[in-house]
Design a protein around this ligand. Structure first.
Ligand code: FVH
Length: 290
């Protein structure tokens, strides 16, 4: 029987690149790989990958070239000697939106179509059905459509538009939201840390509360899109800001630095001082825009 699974090239065999490679190999895709340090390719050769002697040779092997390297500079270094004409380059290396746009223009000058990707997963989630792993893609829609099925093998795909910077922007926006949540979680655990409260008994209360509060994401979006930050407000900014001294005094009593939560609380106070006490906390977003 003829194998009709499309072949592809993968540059970069770090933790993520190796996980991607294993997923494509397991699904039966002929795969050519290259890595700056050749020893990292050996286990993949044993699993059926063709190991190219150079990045240029790997690029020459297939129309679809997936790149998963450390950063944008390493992408430039790896691809500098390759002929990209007629190639579809899919860059899963974490970049800023500006780097992705510049890299797309750079690839276009060399005759390639360019999709940028932002991976929302860690390596153990790759190629695992139901893990929740997915990748944001942006760039030319026809290029995405041409390779959607191959790209969907290691993780789900979410196309976010033809602007090549959008995948990176969505990726970094979600990660930023995550770190904001991690900051709140760290502060909450610090508050109980010196008491006779087991972290593992507190954890379900905290995660349950945070899960319930995620409804605020949808409401804030509605308020932003409508342009009315008083829309469906339940606990307005004036009411919420009245609780700031209690939050700060409790941190003081517990011997906990407020440094993680103070920036947000100060923005709430500024927005209130600007006369927006009847709004939701959504108005804080306007204070962040330079
Ligand atoms: N690992 C993760 O949890 C995250 C999940 C979300 C997405 N990220 C991004 O994926 C990119 C690759 O990450 P990684 O985990 O594979 O990273 P490393 O294991 O550190 O491997 C780095 C690879 O990059 C190669 N490399 C570095 N510098 C150069 C260069 N100047 N020229 C060519 N290749 C270079 C490195 O090669 P070597 O050190 O083995 O020779 C690895 O192949 C990344 O953007 C994450 O942000 C992963």
């Amino acid at each position: 029987m003829t194998d009709i699974r499309p072949s592809l090239t993968l540059l970069g065999l770090g933790a993520m690149g190796t996980a991607l490679a294993r997923a494509w190999l397991a699904a039966g895709h002929p795969l050519t790989v290259w890595n700056r340090t050749p020893a990292r390719a050996e286990p993949l050769a044993a699993a059926g990958a063709v190991v190219a002697p150079s990045a240029a040779a790997a690029v020459a092997a297939n129309r679809l070239v997936v790149v998963c390297l450390l950063d944008d500079a390493s992408v430039g270094a790896a691809l500098s000697g390759a002929d990209l004409a007629g190639r579809d380059v899919v860059n899963l290396t974490t970049s800023t939106p500006a780097q992705a746009r510049a890299r797309a223009a750079w690839a276009a000058e060399r005759g390639a179509r360019f999709l940028d990707g932002g991976i929302m997963a860690v390596p153990p989630m790759i190629g695992v059905p139901g893990s929740g792993a997915y990748v944001f893609y942006s760039g030319p829609e026809d290029a995405f459509a041409a390779h959607r099925d191959v790209l969907a093998v290691p993780a789900g795909t979410t196309y976010v538009g033809d602007d090549p910077g959008f995948a990176a922007l969505h990726d970094v926006a979600l990660l930023s939201g995550m770190y904001g949540m991690f900051a709140g979680v760290a502060h909450a655990f610090a508050l109980i840390r010196r008491e006779k409260i087991a972290a593992r008994s507190f954890a379900p209360l905290l995660s349950g509360w945070l899960t319930a509060m995620t409804a605020s994401v949808t409401k804030a979006a509605e308020q932003l899109d409508v342009g009315d930050y008083t829309l469906d407000v339940v606990s307005n900014l004036a009411m919420q800001t009245a609780g700031v001294p209690t939050l700060l005094s409790t941190a003081e009593e517990q011997g906990v630095s407020p440094e993680l939560i103070t920036p947000y609380l100060k923005l709430m106070e500024r927005r209130l001082a600007d006369g927006h006490g009847d709004e939701d906390t959504t108005g804080v977003i306007d204070l962040l825009l330079r």
